[in-house]
Design a protein around this ligand. Sequence first.
Ligand SMILES: Cc1cc2nc3c(=O)[nH]c(=O)nc-3n(C[C@H](O)[C@H](O)[C@H](O)COP(=O)(O)O)c2cc1C
Length: 196
Amino acid sequence: MRIVVFQSSPRAGGNTDLLLDVVTGAIKETGAQMTIFRPHMMDIAPCTNCGGCDTTGECVVHDDMAEVYRAIYEGHKFILASPVFFFGLPSQVKCLIDRSQALWCEKYLLNRPIAETEHAREGLVILVGGMKKETGFRAAEATATAFFRTISVARHQSLFFTGIDKKGAIQGHPTAYNDVYAATVKLIEGWQCAQT
Ligand SMILES: Cc1cc2nc3c(=O)[nH]c(=O)nc-3n(C[C@H](O)[C@H](O)[C@H](O)COP(=O)(O)O)c2cc1C
């Protein structure tokens, strides 16, 4: 099984990174293959709506998105871990998401969705943010949902960790590490197994 992880916080050693340690630990226990993308460390240009992918489903811009496209095609389970920035996702990962427009064209205009394999394409969204209200989280989660459906991830679970602002604050959260571990295991084992 191949797991694709998008680590979307540009703050090294921050709350998302700490939760990612839990994610990667859980994945390593299963022996699944894991690819981690950190968009803030990659060369990914923003989508300009040039229309180049409309009739082919292929982006005409050649940069680090090439390896992301490949991982999306070959992946089975997808994890997006991110802070909330201004009720949305950080601009670096938003660039990556916008560039999945090529896959949107392939799926919806050319009627060629990414094929299911023996492992259902499912996802997990993990969001941290400083605000106590979930309003901004829901807005960010809507973008993540649009991304996942575009790349033919049919369903996902979302975890929101509100009131987490300072670097390392997640360490004081009473359930975050357990929640993230359990959700990662559930994603890998399959939703039906986890429910029994
Ligand atoms: C540019 C910027 C915008 C932010 N906007 C929000 C927001 O709209 N809602 C929120 O809950 N937190 C917001 N925050 C707080 C971060 O989500 C919070 O500090 C989070 O813990 C950072 O996670 P990290 O340590 O993984 O980078 C913002 C932080 C920054 C730097």
